[in-house]
Design a protein around this ligand. Structure first.
Ligand SMILES: [Zn+2]
Ligand SMILES: [Zn+2]
Length: 252
């Protein structure tokens, strides 16, 4: 399985990165399958510089905040009106009202909204099998319905926090993961609201407690110095830590 960071900026695009989007690729039945974890503001532009954006097989949204889902609007246009002809309908997993949320985001009539381009599917409690990928979505704590995602393929696992505070859903998602892609939006010592985001130290503690084999910090807002977040995480986790950056590739 290959992970490519498309966008890693927290909460809004930064000068060097779009908001959240990660590409996962794995081979199955004679071809390479491609899925996206989130498609946040600005990510569709970078995606086109990294792969053939028309070749995405499915999208998994962690939650419906703008920085995680809004470029589905542009992607809808690309798939619906492409001059080579409309592209096949693909599945988009997300919270229960993803279809309605995206229709409102584009100011479309909710019927059909984007449902002719995207097959919106809610997360359930069991693993989703999609080509070579097995995906488990677990509820995490955030002001809106939000999920952490655990993706397994080729016997390897990527755990993605989405946006969350410290919680069991996050711990279970990160357990023994080969790579833990974890948000770190807050700094220690600030009056951080509960059940919203993680500090670098909390990301590091979660990775250590879960036995994750590698930690990649992401979703750092442009107003924070990534070096500070990295130092916080290093104080809690002895394993390999990196800062996510667009174009970075991890072969697992
Ligand atoms: Zn976010
Ligand atoms: Zn959020």
């Amino acid at each position: 399985m290959r992970l490519t960071v498309v966008g890693s900026s927290g909460s809004y695009p930064g000068p060097g990165s779009s908001a959240s989007c990660y590409l996962l690729e794995a081979d199955h039945a004679g071809r390479t399958w491609r899925i996206l974890l989130d498609l946040g503001s600005g990510a569709l532009g970078t995606l086109q510089s990294l792969t053939d954006a028309k070749g995405i097989d499915g999208v998994f949204l962690s939650h419906l905040h703008a920085d995680h889902c809004l470029d589905l609007c542009g992607y809808y246009v690309m798939r619906k009106y492409h001059p080579d002809g409309a592209l096949p309908r693909i599945p988009v997993w997300g919270p229960a009202d993803t279809a309605g949320r995206m229709a409102r985001a584009y100011d479309l009539d909710p019927d059909p909204g984007m449902t002719e381009e995207f097959d919106f599917r809610p997360y359930g409690t069991t693993a989703i099998t999609f080509g070579p990928f097995s995906v488990i979505a677990r509820r995490v704590v955030h002001p809106v319905t939000a999920y952490a995602l655990r993706v397994t393929a080729d016997g390897r696992s990527v755990a993605y926090s989405g946006d969350t505070g410290v919680c069991h859903g996050l711990d279970d998602t990160a357990r023994d993961a080969d790579l833990f892609l974890c948000e770190a939006s807050f700094l220690e010592g600030a009056p951080n609201p509960p059940d919203l985001h993680l500090t670098g130290a909390e990301a590091g503690r979660t990775a250590a407690g879960a036995g994750a084999r590698r930690l990649v910090l992401t979703h750092i807002p442009p107003w924070h110095d990534p070096a500070t977040v990295l130092a916080e995480a290093r104080g809690e986790y002895a394993g390999d830590i990196a800062l996510a950056a667009p174009g970075q590739v991890y072969d697992l």
